[in-house]
Design a protein around this ligand. Structure first.
Ligand SMILES: [Zn+2]
Length: 312
């Protein structure tokens, strides 16, 4: 019996210590495509999204585009109220710039002022909840096309006490989300379900892919960071997405906790015009050749076609 208990304890310990870690980050708050919704629609969609997110009891950080809080160039209290709901639900907020411009397409000065414009409302708001505004997420994951430009933006961020929020679990959820929104507009429930099911299978494949890329680069599964967006797709499917992730033996951790993994200190000299996973940025920096990057699962073509997105 004693031996039995001892082996059970050993089993428990190895299970606990071998657990994978993942942080959930959600971009484009208060909502993707908020301009296409009426007040009633964006309020009910936010309620549905936050209900689903809260039920999972996982830490989440949402990245805000303050430009989305404006209606006819005026700060809209109704839209700001949506962010309060995120904070009321216990989630963190970060800065995703005011107008979601690419650092690859505008000057460092313009980009930096877009960062500061992006904290005019949320800095006070976040601090009024006793929290800190700590993280910045680059729109499109674009960080600049030269090291000099990238570094000057990084210096600006660190002088304003921001940490960069990288991601590893990159994916094309945005294509599924666009298709899903179209199916909602067309009141095509069959299509909505079909897109949702395909989204879940795709995300499972993608998670497995990033695990194997992580093992190929670091000989272990590093703490992963997931990027998805604030949209109707996740309002419906976040619970099922979490279930898939949990079945792969993950615990959900804060972004802070995930970034403690020393993998995130790896050298990154990537300056191409792609918004890609940091795993691939580190791999490119380490000189990995083309065959390392093969077999990445892609969003189904029929979904992209339905959404009218040409992404190949
Ligand atoms: Zn974004």
């Amino acid at each position: 019996m004693k031996r039995c208990i001892a082996s059970f304890v050993l089993f428990l310990l190895t299970t606990v210590f071998s657990q994978n870690k993942i942080a959930v980050t959600i971009d484009d708050l208060p909502l993707q495509r908020i301009g296409s919704y009426s007040k009633e629609q964006y309020e009910s969609l936010t309620k549905k999204l936050l209900t689903n997110l809260s039920l999972q009891k996982v830490p989440i950080i949402g990245f805000v585009n303050e430009g989305k809080l404006f209606t006819n160039n005026k700060l809209d209290e109704n839209k700001t109220a949506l962010l309060k709901q995120w904070l009321d639900a216990g989630f963190e907020l970060g800065n995703h710039s005011f107008s979601h411009k690419s650092a690859n397409q505008i000057s460092a000065e313009e980009f930096n002022s877009d960062i500061l414009n992006g904290e005019q409302v949320i800095r006070n708001l976040v601090e009024s909840y006793g929290k800190r505004l700590e993280y910045f997420r680059h729109p499109f994951l674009h960080t600049g096309l030269s090291l000099a430009k990238r570094d000057s933006i990084n210096d600006f961020l660190s002088n304003h006490n921001y940490k960069i929020a990288p991601i590893t679990f990159d994916n094309s959820e945005w294509i599924y989300a666009a298709a899903y929104d179209k199916a909602i507009k067309e009141k095509n429930e069959q299509m909505m379900n079909k897109i949702g099911e395909d989204y879940l299978s795709y995300m499972k494949l993608k998670l497995e892919y990033w695990e194997s890329q992580s093992v190929a680069l670091f000989s272990r599964n590093i703490s992963q960071t997931l990027l998805i967006h604030a949209n109707a797709l996740n309002a419906e499917y976040f619970d099922e997405l979490c279930e898939i992730i949990r079945k792969k033996n993950y615990v959900f951790v804060t972004l802070d906790e995930a970034l403690k993994d020393e993998a995130y200190e790896s050298l990154d000299t990537f300056i191409k015009n792609n918004g890609i996973s940091w795993i691939h940025r580190w791999a490119i920096t380490k000189g990995k050749k083309k065959d390392f990057f093969g077999n990445e699962p892609e969003a189904s073509k029929w979904v992209a076609d339905y959404a009218g997105i040409d992404y190949e």
